[in-house]
Design a protein around this ligand. Sequence first.
Ligand code: FE2
Length: 533
Amino acid sequence: MSGVLLFLWLANIGFACAQINGYKDQPLSQIAIHKATFALRDSASIRARPSIIGTKGEDTDLVTVILNNSEPSVDDWIGVFTPANFNSSSCPPSEDQKGEQPFVCSSPVKFKYANYSNSDYTNTGKATLRFQLINQRSDFSFALFSGGFSNPKVLSISNFISFANPKAPVYPRLAQGKSWDEMTVTWTSGYNIEEAVPFIEWGLKGESRTRSPAGTLTFERSSMCGAPARTVGWRDPGFIHTSFLKDLWPNSVYVYRMGHRLVSGSYVWSKFYSFKSSPYPGQDSLQRVIVFGDMGKAERDGSNDYSDYQPGSLNTTDQLIKDLKNYDIVFHIGDISYADGYISQWDQFTSQVEAISSTKPYMIASGNHERDWPNSGSYYDGQDSGGECGVLAETMYYVPAENRAKFWYSTDYGMFRFCIADSEHDWREGSEQYKFIEKCLASVDRRKQPWLIFAAHRVLGYSSDFWYAQTDYEEPMGRESLEKLWQKYKVDIAFFGHTHNYERSCPIYQKQCTSIEKSHYSGTVNGTIHILY
Ligand SMILES: [Fe+2]
């Protein structure tokens, strides 16, 4: 097994008990936006500049917002809305004819307190704030609210701001295809297929380039399973394209860019990106793997930070970007963006990790925050997905699964075979998923691929944490039968997320350590090492 190095990463340590607090921790959910009323007054004003951003093709840019308010208050806040027109004209048809239509039906994509950068605001009523916007296929406006988050009143709405090309192709994410020599590129744009043909232009670095077509997906509000995804959290997801780059040479550097050929015959291009193709299965070369879970997102301009939600995600993202030369493939095993039904936040997440996912395969697994919703087919009936019920994760990211709604797949990387399971669907003995897991574990040639790795989101019982290890709340579900499989097929390591605390077990089988070694293992260890995040 020379030349194989396994890197581990720990994300979001400081945010324990996510499964307890659930979706209510999403910062945007603290705002009772459906109760917002209009109280526009001339003595309050909000202006934003410049009016056009991203003029050099950038997909993120800074905007300055200037406030004047003759009756300032400590709980005044600014919401960023996109599309810019967020009044009741954007409300969906009401199912309840007798009910009163709200004035505002869409959540802001982010917010800041008015006194965020000027503590004197409550005396002077004047403040200047900076917001970082990302290209989200539509224009933006800023609204000044009084009444805090529970009783919001719109005092003033800014001029509208727009990216130079709001529909531009953005946020590429790579993933391994169904075979080792295929790389997939998924990205987001505002171009539907009637308007433009999406494709990837690509080739070996320094050689001629070819073009491969892309498939396009999108979905409607009605695909969401409940609130907030179906109500105030809904936002048009744009168009999500995936192209399949096939017959790659192993361990070779490729360059690529996203393109859209408009009906007029002209082209819209992204900038160029590059990646290194995967090694041949069994190929003995340096192969470095990052595994983590539960990262989430945060705003670099300090927006939404009152709840101290996931500032650690920026540290992890930045470290991963700094270390790009030191690893080859990433597995983010569930609880991806924590959008929790606020659809806009998936754009923010894909933007945050772009520098990683555009150049390394970014493989995901499904977690409770992607999938769980009552009566939607998830094994658990919690509401942690905020009504997304898996639709966002399954559409925004490609995984080489037979059926992306059943989030289990195998993928080979040189000397590794990964069997990625879906803890949010039944995996007990006899289930469809169980059969897949056995097939994945049984079908690898261990002389060529000595490392056999299992990964899933929820912990399967071995943890020093009482909550995960001792109660029936989590996953003793299926443990005995899955453990039997791991033992039979000699799984080296099983990775899990969900706990937000790092733990590593000894090689273990039926609650017994199978080796007295503490840190170095070699040969057959007769048990599986469990690693938790
Ligand atoms: Fe989780």
